[in-house]
Design a protein around this ligand. Structure first.
Ligand code: PLP
Length: 374
């Protein structure tokens, strides 16, 4: 992909804040207060250090109300690593995993690396459990949901997640629930994870990340609640890949979780203004005759899908917007959204840009789309 130096990015899936001061403090303390650094220099427990696991348990049980009876907890180098490890453990070559479209592209890759077959299902932005049920075959091992969703920003209602979870239980499948954006709720639909359902621990995998809410994407730390029967297999993957999660980073993660929602909520609240700015600009452009639509007004994460009437595929559209207009987006194709009847999808992220720059990016985007349409 060719680049342009002054490009503003609506593409990056990150927030523009860094971690709580307590994280830096914890790292400083760990380095200064333990001159021998023994507990940092040596391998630690495969599943994570007990203090962090305790904080993770409190977060999942206390804050999110998960039923962890039958679950094991695992700290990983980010949520992507947990998904990869799980794919390695639950899939034999040729086994299938159902991914409602739009999917998160790293899930596709992890399934393929494990020799599995990603099965895209066009079940709607709020996935219809019956459409997912119709895609189950004897080779299906799991159904994945992502809520709040990347790339649509949809928050899937708890009743739908519960129906999918029950479907998984009935059909002997795992429900992999990616909750990287759990803290990013902007509308009326609450985050009601499937792991809250009584008895769900035996077949539900809940994935969390510190990358987003705590602005710790580069620190590479996340955690998972997994059915206990998977732990032996996961221990093999973890032992082979990480041996143990990096111990200094675990100290940082503990400090972040201790800062908790009292720290994340006001920061995430700043996204409401950006989301509104984005929706207002798109609606104004629509009123002025530009053939674009928002398939949904997002209620979660920090993403919006934009449907553009164009003869270009989204890949080509994205390239034109970068080179001629200096604004980067991601193409719908990356999420399994193929251009359809002259409509291509772009994903816009409003996590990184504060209002003045976000406004500038949107001006460029709209001008670009107007010129391409002309
Ligand atoms: C749905 C989803 N899951 C997981 C991740 C990655 O999380 P981590 O940085 O913890 O690996 C992302 C990052 O964009 C994501 O969008």
């Amino acid at each position: 992909m060719r680049r342009r130096a002054d490009t503003i990015s609506l593409a990056q899936g990150m927030v523009n804040w860094g971690p709580p001061a307590a994280v830096h403090e914890a790292v400083r303390t760990a380095l200064i207060a333990e001159p021998s650094l023994a507990s940092l220099n040596r391998y630690g427990p495969m599943e994570g250090d007990p203090e962090l696991l305790e904080a993770v348990r409190e977060e999942l049980e206390g804050h999110h109300r998960l039923d962890l009876d039958g679950s094991a907890l695992l700290v990983t180098a980010g949520s992507n690593m947990a998904f990869h490890a799980i794919a390695q453990v639950i899939l034999d070559p040729g086994d299938e995993v159902i991914l409602p479209v739009p999917w998160y592209f790293n899930h596709v890759m992890a399934i393929q690396i494990a020799g599995g077959v990603p099965v895209p299902v066009d079940a709607g932005l709020v996935p219809d459990p019956e459409a997912l049920a119709a895609a189950i075959t004897p080779r299906t091992r799991a159904i994945v949901t992502v809520s709040p969703a990347n790339p649509s920003g949809v928050v899937v209602p708890g009743s739908i997640l519960a129906a999918i979870n029950h479907l998984c239980a009935d059909r002997g499948l795992f429900h992999i629930s990616d909750e990287a954006y759990a803290a990013f709720i902007h509308g009326q639909v609450p985050h009601q994870p499937p792991g809250t359902l009584p008895g769900s621990a035996a077949h539900t995998i809940t994935l969390h990340s510190l990358s987003k809410a705590y602005g710790m994407a580069g620190w590479r730390i996340g955690y998972a609640a997994v059915p206990r029967q998977l732990l032996a297999g996961l221990a093999q993957v973890q032992d082979t890949v990480l041996i143990c999660p990096p111990r200094l980073t675990q100290r940082a993660a503990l400090a972040a979780l201790t800062a908790g929602s009292a720290w994340t909520v006001p920061r995430i609240a700043t996204l409401a203004e950006r989301r509104q700015l984005l929706v207002d600009r798109i609606e104004a452009a629509q009123s002025s005759g530009l053939a674009i639509t928002l398939p949904t007004i997002p209620d979660g994460a920090f993403y919006v899908l934009l449907a553009c009437e164009t003869s270009l595929g989204a890949d080509a559209l994205m390239e034109q917007l970068i080179l001629d207009h200096g604004v980067a987006t991601l193409p719908g194709e990356a999420f399994g959204l193929v251009p359809h009847q002259g409509r291509s999808m772009l994903r816009l992220s409003y996590g990184m840009l504060e209002p003045p720059q976000l406004g500038e990016a949107l001006d460029r985007l709209i001008l670009g789309l107007q010129q391409l349409a002309a």
